[in-house]
Design a binder for this molecule. Sequence first.
Ligand code: CAA
Length: 394
Amino acid sequence: MNGDTGSPAIGIDDLSFATTEFVLPHTELAEYNGTPIGKYHLGIGQHAMSIPAADEDIVTMAATAAAPVVARHGADRIRTVVLATESSIDQAKSAGVYVHSLLGLPTSTRVVELKQACYGATAALQFAMGLVHRNRSEQVLVIASDVSKYDLDSPGEATQGAAAAAMLVGEDPSLVRIEPTSGLFTSDVMDFWRPNYRDTALVDGRESISAYLQAVEGVWKDYGDQGGRALSEFHAFCYHQPFTKMSFKAHRHLLNYSGCQLDDEDIARVLEPTTRYNAVIGNSYTASLYLALAALLDGEEDLTDRTIGFLSYGSGSVAELFAGSVVPGYRAHLRSAAHHEAIQRRRTIDHATYRELHGRSFPTDGGDYRVPRQTNGPYRLAALSGHKRVYERG
Ligand code: CAA
């Protein structure tokens, strides 16, 4: 129940993620550029990154993540789809409309795309909470889908990745009840951005880390001002993970800032279970926080009634901190086997193949082009024709 109103809580009823056809181990990158592998495995906490096939993009990943959610719950109560991304495929049309079509959702649905770097999915989740609060019989399908892409041979290259997370938000949820109190922080900073004419992001690495840590302070201060929980009440924390080591930096910073003792064992206990998917998928921008949640819920520990902190950061920058509590019986609703399968089924590529895929770009002349069939996933980008993307079931 929601303590404030006496009505049932609202939150995450289902959570499913998908990633790409290919994976590049960091050992391949290290061998190519002569970096000691310890820098990747220990320094940034990354072991592999998901690489999209030529016929995969944010739409195919989003549809793949969301299809099992719709299959389990039906579409009768889903009246809104919010797709959050910062690697959008069109300046006007929402990627969610393609996903709506691929999933066969009813026409009586509102669909919209949201953007604010890696924070977008949290805005989507909060807006979904508001919509369900307004009409408790409705469910909202929130999808975060992103391809993280930096220039070849740049420092950001090791922090690429790709994935989509789909969440069904509704009343009386099966997984996580989201609490209404949030700490918020916005600051105009140029730490990471991608002008419309580029398909790779620009970033000031050091600035981006300090901007993230500044946002940690900002959201914690505001969360306290809003009457939020004490730090000691949180059992675990899910952070946005551009690379998994960043969550350790952020959590240490939070403990330090709030005057708590830093205990390495305790920090590892709180964070390690949240990093297991992101360490082998890489940065999935808007989806990364919710992959951290999936990893935590799919882990061995029984989290029933435990309070989890969520810290969402999107460069530029906007951040939000909120709490959720894990619903009794949640394990029966998890998709752990499918999540492991999504990671295990990826085909390992060598460095030359990765570079070739990285360098691919679509023709811009409006002609008719077939896209080579590479993915074995359920949805693919089949062609470009007259400046339109043509998707098909795989
Ligand atoms: N063994 C173990 N550790 C090693 C090592 C070795 N052989 N060699 C280096 N390291 C450690 C370093 O000491 C360093 O650790 P600390 O940060 O704890 O000091 C770590 O490995 C990384 O080394 P560098 O700082 O030298 O690495 P770099 O200059 O190549 O850049 C990066 C790292 C800034 C993260 C870069 O990959 C980057 O720019 N990434 C993209 C930006 C990003 O992810 N920013 C995060 C915050 S912004 C955000 O969150 C939004 C978003 O999604 C982008």
